[in-house]
Write a protein that binds this ligand. Structure first.
Ligand SMILES: [Zn+2]
Length: 204
């Protein structure tokens, strides 16, 4: 059953992409038809439970349903008084929408973490016993003291997907985020919890 819903959603996603693409293309020649394409894309989205892609949604007017083409029927401005906000004004109906570029900031942070991860040496080894309680405690302790911890799966025959599975298991158990998985190593990150402020940590 699951695969059926999956494939239906996949088809829905493809159709939505095509319709939104058509909507953008036809807008200059035929705004009415363009609006119809948007309507259909929204309908398919609702029926299949697929959300319109965030980038596409940003360029559809919430008020009149027009596809917004920058420089044609909408104005895009960046405001940065309170964090960076993108402000899009529909020139058809004057409706304004704004949204923060949070995702961008998040991905910047992720990039910084990835760079840090490259120059970090593994400090914890996952032995052939796999993910044990002792290992998890070790990881938690190190995450607490330095937020970024690199682990290495010792089994030399471990495949990429085995390494990913171990990474997932450890990150779930320690409520941390996977920064990256490279070869047999993976790096986890956990934001410092504010409640436990620095009891001077002993080594290891
Ligand atoms: Zn509008």
């Amino acid at each position: 059953m699951a695969w059926r819903t999956d494939s239906i959603r996949q088809i829905a996603r493809e159709r939505i992409d095509i319709l939104l693409h058509l909507a953008r293309q036809t807008f200059p020649r035929n705004p009415t038809l363009s609006k119809r394409y948007v309507e259909l894309a929204r309908l398919i989205g609702m029926k299949s439970g697929v959300r319109l892609p965030r980038e596409a949604k940003a360029f559809i007017c919430d008020n009149c349903g027009t596809v917004l083409v920058p420089g044609d029927n909408c104005r895009v401005r960046i405001r940065s008084e309170t964090g960076t906000t993108v402000l899009i004004t529909c020139l058809e109906c004057g409706c304004k929408k704004r949204f923060p570029t949070v995702r961008e900031r998040l991905s910047n942070r992720m990039n910084r973490l990835k760079i840090r991860s490259r120059v970090t040496e593994p400090t914890i080894w996952v032995g052939k016993e796999g993910v044990t309680q002792r290992l998890l405690e070790q990881v938690e302790k190190q995450l607490e003291s330095r937020q970024l911890v690199k682990l290495k799966v010792q089994k030399s025959t471990a495949t990429k997907s085995e390494t990913i599975n171990v990474a997932k298991e450890v990150s779930t158990a320690t409520e941390s985020t996977i920064v990256d998985v490279i070869g047999h190593t993976f790096t986890l990150y956990k934001k410092k919890s504010e409640s436990k402020i620095t009891l001077k940590q002993g080594s290891t």
